[in-house]
Write a protein that binds this ligand. Sequence first.
Ligand SMILES: [Zn+2]
Length: 55
Amino acid sequence: MATQYAHIGKKSWWSGDVKTLCGLILPSDNAKSLWFPVFVKTCPDCLAVQKNGGK
Ligand SMILES: [Zn+2]
């Protein structure tokens, strides 16, 4: 079972896709798991970007 990371991202209101801080695009189908990262680690790349004041 692959490690599942919770990414930090913003949902695009026009497409429903989520663009993560580390540059991934998550389809809207997967987006809901993004907001409930209970048993997963937060993506280290996303955290690094957020620390740097992410865009
Ligand atoms: Zn990420």
